[in-house]
Ligand binder design. Structure first.
Ligand code: DAT
Length: 178
């Protein structure tokens, strides 16, 4: 029996370098499906699932064990769209579909600059995208057939990605009901 059958509704992970469109895409997918959107970064801040502020990297040091413990029951229910830039510390069994959003360098640079990131943080993230760090992490952490890269360069991409993800999830639910 697959994890999804036990859960009833699938769980989707939407990952990618910061700025590729995870939160925007996740909100739209969750809204269309009536699923719960879980922004892991917000959970980390609101529930103190970290070991303090990392001044060098300008972010909280996530306590991965605390994050997994905090999410376990919610994930067991199914029907979650989880949004996070990392993906290798979640239990593999949590997810039925893993989307890796990708954006081109200039677009990503502009989005992160608008967000007010420092030049150092922008170049680290753009480099991470060029090196396909998150794609590699996802490929090493999940079965290849559930890992789907998607370009997220413009609003046409966004709309198409949301429609495709929703269609895949509905297909999984229909197959599980048969
Ligand atoms: P992330 O959650 O990956 O950090 P986001 O959803 O906050 O990214 O998006 C960053 C910014 O880019 C935000 O202003 C919305 C915009 N954006 C996201 N996806 C886009 C897309 N496919 N086309 C154009 N703009 C997009």
């Amino acid at each position: 029996m697959s994890g999804q059958t036990q859960r009833g509704r699938p769980n989707v992970l939407i990952t990618g370098t910061p700025g590729t469109g995870k939160t925007t895409t996740s909100e739209m997918v969750a809204q269309e499906l009536g699923f719960r959107h879980i922004n892991v970064g917000e959970w980390v801040r609101e529930k103190n699932l970290h070991s303090g502020w990392n001044a060098e990297f300008d972010c909280f040091d996530i306590d991965e064990d605390k994050v997994v413990d905090a999410l376990e029951d919610v994930m067991a229910e199914g029907g979650c769209v989880v949004d996070h830039h990392g993906c290798d510390f979640f239990p593999e069994r949590w997810f039925d579909l893993v989307i890796v959003l990708q954006a081109n360098n200039t677009e990503l640079y502009d989005r992160l600059q608008k967000r007010g990131y420092t030049a150092k943080k922008i170049s680290e993230n753009v480099e991470c995208e060029i090196m396909m760090v998150v794609m590699e992490e996802a490929s090493e952490s999940y079965r290849p057939e559930i890992v789907k890269p998607m370009s997220s360069d413009n609003t046409d991409d966004l709309e198409r990605n949301v429609a495709t993800i929703v269609e895949w999830v509905r297909g999984m639910m229909a197959a599980a009901a048969m």
